[in-house]
Write a protein that binds this ligand. Structure first.
Ligand code: ATP
Ligand code: MG
Length: 489
């Protein structure tokens, strides 16, 4: 791709960038939230037409007038937000738009299901191609999106944060496939915020900052610090600025919380100003516990006490009214109104606080949004632009901001920095720490050990739906947590 520019109203998302992909090699595209990575992907897959620049394949100009044209030219992508259809089967989702047909021109279901099964098995997954997508977990859906991209016989494979929703084992499976694709001579563009993955799988890197390519090279010859410096234009040191907070009285007590299938007999106490980390492998029941605490699902037994008063939560609105909010892991699908401006999205759940009079409302909303945008390091052209135009990571910051704006007593953060770049991560961590210092009680689910170890006052480890232990900060170490999470005592 040569001299590519992409202009959106108010933003030059890409400014004359050039990148090269090579057969049999992985090129990592690295950059902060909003740097222009996904925009480049959308150009290379025919979704956007760039304002300037050209795409050359084997040295010959290739102009993509549609997504189909890109597929025909041998380009396939796993997008950051892959659109899949809940009501369709797994196989239909994989082959939608390019399904094998019988000689009579009708869909060849046998082939669709057979080939879907093969693709999924190559990903070490036993998902049945005939079941409906809506019955799958987040990680399984992601595998379907990956299988969909691989179902096109392509020479150029693009992966925009493919590992964000995957467990370590699934990442290993994916990387095995990537290595296979390499051996077949495919050219791969890989986007991730996780440096260990980048170094593991990629040969080359390109760093974007503010829509420009600011550095490229071979990973073997480049230290991580140097890449971070290129990304953020400064040194990033303290990613976990946990401030020491005086822990106060108990705020929330959970006793014997159980769910028919997902978790059993969970008890813990959360104090004022405390950050309680919840660690565990994917599937341990962490998110399900959070959802029950927030009233999305009902526990089969157990009791909640908030500030000494028994609390019965039957719905999310009960939880919000009581001062408990939940920022889910899969933020894209949970409650952003994409066509609405950022500031309205942020004030959505706290409308009662900002809507005293119609006239004051907009001004209040803006002031509120400005405060949280600043503290979360949100990168947007203006707070009046539609949330849907933000980069993936910046959309996540809006979701976090919108729940914080309700000024809750307890906030449950599920993987708070997933998809957030290393520079903003520090901002988000700093903010979480400040909130604790202001007396908010925080439950933080995370699969990232450094984050859990760096941020938590105490950590509850979950394994197969049970609490495998609660550890104080003094006793915390990676080894202790991993042992408890895997059951390898
Ligand atoms: N459809 C659009 N309309 C207006 N602005 C857009 C649109 N799509 C992207 N942008 C803007 O272009 C810039 C680059 O966004 P992009 O999604 O490419 O970032 P990214 O590098 O993928 O970030 P992330 O790591 O958060 O996914 C951002 O400022 C974003 O707000
Ligand atoms: Mg992106």
């Amino acid at each position: 791709m040569r001299g590519i520019s992409q202009i959106f109203p108010g933003v030059k998302a890409l400014d004359g960038v050039s990148i090269q992909l090579f057969p049999g090699q992985v090129t990592a595209l690295i950059g902060e939230n909003g740097a222009g990575k996904s925009t480049l992907v959308k150009i290379l897959t025919g979704i956007y037409r760039p304002n300037e620049g050209e795409i050359l394949i084997d040295g010959k100009p290739a102009a993509f007038h549609s997504a189909q044209a890109a597929i025909d030219a041998g380009v396939t992508a796993i997008h950051q937000e892959t659109v899949l259809f809940d009501e369709l089967s797994v196989g239909e989702n994989i082959f939608l738009g390019h399904a094998p047909r019988t000689r009579f021109g009708t869909l060849d279901w046998r082939q669709i299901n057979l080939r879907s099964g093969d693709l999924l098995r190559a990903l070490e997954s036993e998902i049945d191609p005939t079941i409906r997508l809506k019955d799958l977990s987040i990680a399984q859906r992601h595998l379907v999106a990956i299988a969909r991209a691989l179902s096109v016989d392509a020479r150029i494979v693009i992966m925009d944060e493919p590992t964000a929703a995957l467990s370590r084992k699934e990442i290993d499976d994916l990387f095995r496939i990537v290595n296979n694709l390499k051996r077949q001579g495919k050219a791969i563009l890989f986007i991730s915020h996780k440096f260990d993955e980048v170094y593991e799988i990629a040969e080359n890197f390109v760093v974007f900052r503010d829509g420009r390519a600011v550095g490229k090279g071979r990973l073997k010859e480049t230290a991580q610090d140097e890449i971070v410096r290129l990304m953020v234009g400064r040194d990033v040191k303290d990613v976990f600025p946990k401030v020491k907070v005086e822990i106060g009285a108990p705020v929330l007590a959970v006793e014997g919380y159980s769910h028919p299938t997902e978790f059993r007999d969970i008890s813990f106490e959360l104090r004022r100003g405390e950050i309680l980390g919840i660690y565990g492998l994917i599937g341990a029941g962490r998110s399900e516990l959070c959802q029950a605490l927030f009233g999305i699902t009902r526990p089969s037994s157990g009791r909640l006490t908030l500030e000494g008063e028994p609390l019965d939560i039957r719905s999310s609105s009960d939880a919000i009214r009581a001062g408990i909010v939940y920022v889910p892991e899969e933020r894209g699908r949970h409650g952003l109104a994409l066509p609405m401006p950022i500031f309205q999205n942020m004030s959505l759940p706290s409308l009662s606080r900002t809507s005293r009079s119609g006239f004051l409302k907009a001004a209040n909303e803006l002031a509120l949004a400005r405060k949280y945008a600043e503290r979360l390091d949100l990168r947007a052209a203006a707070l009046s632009v539609p949330v849907g135009t933000l980069s993936g990571g910046n959309q996540q910051k809006v979701v976090i901001g919108k729940w914080l704006a309700t000024q809750p007593k307890v906030i449950i953060l599920d993987e708070p920095t997933k998809g957030i770049d290393i520079g903003s991560k520090a901002a988000v961590h700093g903010f979480i720490s400040e909130l604790a210092a202001e007396g908010l009680s925080i439950i933080m689910v995370s699969s990232e050990l450094p984050e859990i170890l760096g941020m938590s006052d105490r950590v509850m480890v979950m394994r197969e739906g049970l609490a495998a232990g609660i550890f104080d900060r003094e006793r915390l170490s990676a080894e202790v947590l991993v042992r408890a999470a895997t059951g390898n005592a």
